[in-house]
Design a binder for this molecule. Structure first.
Ligand code: ADP
Length: 258
């Protein structure tokens, strides 16, 4: 059967019975190839995985292994070439492109290496952009509370050029949180930051995960950063090399950064 995901219902697949209390993302035999002219490059080569709600997940692997491709597919930024991608029980592969875009804008938070803030808006106004996109207003935190959480209550009226890189990245986290997302995806969120600012950003992500139970998925090539996760997906050559659970994740302040 299919219903309209944008009205809060799900589009799912017959005989698929997700455990929505426990699972947030499920991939079944997902493959992705990029096609340029006559050349087809297989990047993801058959991925099956279930990710648990509320986890802090790190996707780890060397450059070129397919991490960003994997993140783009589980977040609905890009479509799989084959297989099924379920988020919260909905099969994203069955959505039309325009519906996929709406689903993503409304339900999912993103943080990128480049913060992509609007330069003519203050920190608070940038966060409001996220708030306005959200379809999930129930139990949403106020922008003020979000800025307090990220330690930026005093900076709300500053413009991007008046803030450090680390502060701008924290504003991009505020913008993502203002959507009240079920999941927050971050692609190399500390990639453009020095150690001190990078640690602060990771501390905030850990805090958000603990306090709001937001599921967080971070892509990194740095094995030390992976120590803060309770689930680590090792990707190698387009396949999952291992999936590790860690019951005692490290504090971002204590990890070796280099
Ligand atoms: P990672 O994030 O681990 O560095 P990516 O997912 O970015 O890996 O890339 C995996 C492989 O897919 C690389 O060989 C890359 O060149 C290729 N690739 C990524 N995006 C595209 C694209 N849009 N078109 C063609 N090839 C791509």
């Amino acid at each position: 059967y299919s219903k309209n995901i944008l009205d809060g219902d799900v589009i799912t697949t017959e005989n698929y019975q997700p455990n929505l209390d426990k699972h947030i993302i499920e991939l079944k035999n997902v493959r992705k190839s990029y096609i340029t002219g006559d050349l087809e490059t297989p990047v993801l080569k058959g991925i099956d995985i279930i990710l648990d709600k509320g986890d802090f997940i790190v996707i780890l692997g060397p450059s070129g292994s397919g991490k960003t491709t994997f993140l783009n597919i589980i977040s609905g930024l890009d479509k799989a070439s084959e297989g099924d991608v379920f988020i919260l029980g909905s099969n994203l592969t069955l959505l039309k492109d325009s519906h996929l875009t709406k689903f993503r804008r409304r339900n999912v938070g993103f943080i990128f290496q480049q913060y992509n803030l609007l330069t003519n808006l203050t920190a608070k106004e940038n966060a409001e952009v996220g708030e306005n996109l959200s379809s999930n207003k129930e139990n949403a935190m106020s922008i003020e509370d979000i800025f307090t959480t990220i330690g930026m209550a005093e900076q709300m009226n500053k413009y991007p050029h008046q803030m450090s890189g680390g502060q701008q990245q924290r504003v991009s986290i505020a913008r993502a949180l203002a959507k009240n997302p079920n999941i927050l995806f971050a692609d190399e969120p500390t990639g453009a930051l020095d150690e001190e600012m990078g640690r602060k950003v990771l501390e905030i992500l850990v805090k958000v995960n603990r306090e709001y139970k937001t599921t967080i998925v971070v892509v990194t090539h740095n094995p030390n950063i992976a120590k803060i996760a309770n689930t680590v997906i090792n990707i190698k050559n387009g396949l999952i090399d291992s999936l590790e659970h860690n019951d005692t994740p490290a504090d971002p302040r204590t990890i070796d950064w280099s």
